[in-house]
Design a protein around this ligand. Structure first.
Ligand code: GLN
Length: 291
């Protein structure tokens, strides 16, 4: 048996070997996770003995931390103020995706659904379900579809829907982009893959982009220019949007003008605007279609 403080020092030393920049913080988070306590209680427990089984769990997590982001080890990530379940079946939620959610809420406020009908929104490539769930909890009476081509990702989305008690308000659909939608929708929101194949290949060997290397390729790989999946979505959008509908897309920071030119190919009169994320980078494209 070792004391908690000794386990913490050892965890920090081992995590820092494989280059994690926040080794001390990660060590504390992992110890809190195995002990099932928060950080304040961890500091109060530093001189206590660490139970044997916790030490075993901690060692296994330290080993995994060389190749996996912290969110996969603790199976949790905060997004828009809520905790979501995550594992290797889905992307780790990113703070920049909160910009996409905020932009969607702004658009939703301006859309008055036809009397007696609810606003219909589709989250395409839902992954862990963070976008659909956050929107469903924020927009009264919304009809929400959440689509993913990965059955494994939809299992994670289902866990999060039940954790946040919205299973009866979100319809999870399996399939490619807009194909599974049973109905026209007013708003399409999507954080589709937009990383280029070259960027992904580089990320395999670079610790600083480590979350990318551990995450599902399918959720990140946007093909040679990063825009293959986004382009396919835009190409099929006219068949699934109600008149005056909107499309909101998360994009890479250098992709704005390229995506706008794709949109203009399919929707000549579309109004396009780009929103910056908290780092000041172009991150969200908002497309408003004419009636
Ligand atoms: N924002 C992610 C990144 O660049 C990419 C997510 C995506 O492809 N949709 O790390």
């Amino acid at each position: 048996m070792v004391r908690v403080i000794d386990a913490l020092v050892r965890a920090e030393a081992e995590i820092s070997v494989h280059g994690g920049p926040y080794a001390r913080l990660e060590a504390e988070v992992l110890l809190c996770h195995v002990l099932d306590i928060d950080r304040t209680r961890l500091y109060a427990a530093l001189q206590d003995m660490l139970p044997e089984d916790c030490y075993g769990s901690l060692s296994r997590l330290i080993e995994r931390s060389a190749k996996e982001p912290l969110a996969y080890l603790t199976n949790t990530k905060e997004f828009c103020g809520r905790e979501f379940y995550v594992d290797g079946r889905v992307l780790v939620p990113r703070p920049e995706t909160e910009t996409l959610v905020e932009a969607t809420l702004q658009v939703a406020k301006t859309r008055v659904p036809v009397a007696g009908q609810s606003l219909k929104v589709a989250d395409i490539g839902t992954g862990s379900g963070i976008i659909a769930i956050t929107l469903a909890l924020a927009i009264p009476n919304v009809s929400m579809y959440a689509v993913d081509v990965s059955k494994a990702a939809l299992e994670v989305a289902a866990i999060n829907c039940s954790r946040h008690e919205v299973s009866d308000r979100i319809t999870l659909l399996h399939g490619d982009l807009l194909i599974p939608l049973p109905d026209h929708v007013d708003i399409i929101v999507a954080n589709l893959p937009y990383v280029t194949e070259d960027e992904l290949a580089a990320a395999e060997h670079d610790w600083s982009t480590m979350p990318l290397a551990a995450e599902p390729r399918l959720a990140l790989n946007g093909g040679s220019d990063g825009l293959e999946v986004i382009q396919r979505l835009i190409a099929m959008a006219s068949q699934r949007l109600t008149p005056g509908g909107s499309i909101l897309l998360e994009i890479g920071y250098g992709q704005g003008s390229k995506v706008i030119s794709i949109v203009k190919r399919y929707f000549v009169n579309a109004r396009c605007s780009i929103h910056q994320d908290l780092a000041g980078l172009d991150r969200v494209l908002v497309v408003g279609l004419s009636n």
